[in-house]
Each structure stands twice: as C-alpha cells, then as structure tokens.
Design a binder for this molecule. Structure first.
Ligand SMILES: Nc1ncnc2c1ncn2[C@@H]1O[C@H](COP(=O)(O)OP(=O)(O)OP(=O)(O)O)[C@@H](O)[C@H]1O
Length: 257
C-alpha cells in the first residue's frame, strides 16, 4: 500500500474558455478522510472526474491508489466512485443492479455482502423492486453500496449524504467512518459542512479551480478571522470570499503556522 492514496501534481482542466481546475496539487494520506469543499462551480466534480479517469486533464498528472490516472482498467479495480447522480439502471431491481456491479468487478459470490449492505442501508424490503420506482435517496443508497462493494482502496464520493433522510445520512456517515477505520481512503465532496467537520482528517477548499486552503478542520477554524467562535462554515466563507476584482483572496492557505 502506498503512503499517499491520492497524489495530484499540477492537475489542470480547461473547457474552451473555462479553466475548471487550475494547477491543483494534492497529497492525501492512505486511510484518511479528505473533505473537498468549494462553492458551486469551483471545480470539485471536474477534479473527481479526472481522478476517476472519466475525463482527461488538460495538463498535470495524478496517481490514485498508486496507479496513474491514464491507466483506466487498473484504477477502476482499485477505486469506487459515487457521482452526485449515481448511475443505476431503472429497469433493474436494486439487488440486480448490485449483482451487475459485482459481475463487472468479477467478484464471484458476494450475495451475503450485498444482503448485509442492503440491510445496513434499510433497503432490504425494496431490493426486489425496480429502481424506476425508487426515490432519489434510495437510488443514492444503491449507488453507495455499488461504489464500495468491491472494497476499493480509495473511494471518491460526490455529495454522498444529499437526498438522504436523517437516519440514512447517519448510516452513511457511520459507513464512511467505518471504511476509514479499515484503511480505505475516502475523498469526500459535499456542501454539508458538519459532515466534513465530523469525518474529515484534512479539508481542502477549492475556489475558481484553485486550492485556496488546506488543513485539518480545527486548523481551518483557527485561521478564521473570528477564531473565537469560528466554525467550519465561517472558515469556508472567509477563504472563498471574493475581493473587489472578483478573485478569491488567498487567505487561509498554508501549513497551519
Ligand atoms: N463538460 C463541461 N463543459 C464545459 N464546462 C464545464 C464542463 N464541466 C464543468 N464545466 C465548468 O467547469 C467549472 C467547474 O465545474 P464543476 O462541476 O467541477 O464544479 P463543482 O465544484 O463540482 O460545482 P457544484 O458544487 O455546483 O457541483 C464550472 O464553471 C463548470 O461550468
């Protein structure tokens, strides 16, 4: 196992005039939970899509689980990805969808693990109904189970708790904590800051495609100007605050000193 589960070096993605991700470098320790925050349109999904081989960087490089992101087959085996809208087939049942995922990963018989995960996410009763009749949250749960079924080394999740009711969101947070306990690296993008505050070892804040702050949740809170009562939301608002020219101020970037 490599010391760093995710390493990005100058990762950049340009869409025509839009510089979606700008010279992003990351070094994320194996077994840690990394909370990736940023305003709408900051470049979070684009970053995750590059790290999961779904889109090619314009320049820069990265490895995930020790594999270069140009090696799609090897990466696919080692990572799990939950996009904001999980890719599920409406015509399948939840159980069939997960059996399909198991076949894609050539997992052999994982029926017991599927049952256990369905039960954990309170989906056992719906497992034999077609996904077409599922709610948004139920689809999300199937997507989550599909992303972790093959016990990947690194799991990247885009808004894993959005659309989940409070009990399911709790289960999701417990599951993510449990995965990290088992040395899986979790890269988590969300707008729900308490989730990051609770789970993340390190937080990175991206704004206009650039990493504008990075540190532990406690460090980011300490660096907020109103440090006395600062929470992660205050810290987030400060590091993503725009100056008059509209550029993010580089406040808060550093090594915590
Ligand atoms: N396929 C694409 N073609 C052109 N522009 C794109 C494409 N995908 C993303 N962008 C642009 O890149 C920028 C970053 O988008 P991205 O989806 O990565 O942001 P995000 O941080 O995930 O936002 P949100 O929090 O709203 O999901 C945005 O300006 C977006 O319009």
């Amino acid at each position: 196992m490599t010391e760093h589960a995710i390493v990005a070096d100058g990762l950049t993605k340009r869409y025509a005039e839009e510089l979606a991700v700008d010279d992003l470098s990351l070094s994320i320790s194996t077994g840690s939970v990394y909370g990736f925050l940023g305003p709408n349109g900051a470049g979070k999904t684009t970053t995750m899509r590059m790290l999961t081989t779904l889109t090619m960087p314009t320049s820069g490089s990265a490895t995930v689980a020790g594999v270069d992101i140009t090696d799609r087959p090897a990466i696919t085996e080692r990572i799990g990805y939950l996009p904001a809208d999980p890719p599920v087939f409406d015509e399948l049942t939840g159980r069939e969808q997960l059996q399909y995922v198991a076949r894609l990963h050539e997992l052999g018989n994982v029926d017991a693990r599927i049952e256990e995960l369905l039960a954990r996410f309170d989906l056992a009763d719906a497992a034999d109904r077609r996904i077409a009749g599922y709610s948004t949250g139920m689809c999300k749960k199937v997507g989550v189970i599909g992303a972790i079924l093959h016990e990947p080394e690194v799991v990247l999740m885009d808004e894993p708790t959005s659309g989940l009711d409070p009990r399911a969101a709790r289960t999701m947070r417990d599951t993510l904590a449990d995965l990290a306990e088992r040395d899986m690296t979790v890269f988590l993008s969300t707008h729900i800051l308490p989730v990051v505050d609770e789970l993340a070892d390190t937080v990175g804040v991206i704004d206009d495609g650039r990493l504008v702050a990075e540190g532990t949740p406690a460090e980011l809170k300490r660096r907020a100007e109103s440090a006395e009562s600062a929470d992660l939301e205050t810290a987030f608002l400060e590091v993503t605050r725009k100056d008059e020219a509209g550029a993010a101020e580089p406040a808060g970037m550093g090594n915590g000193e």
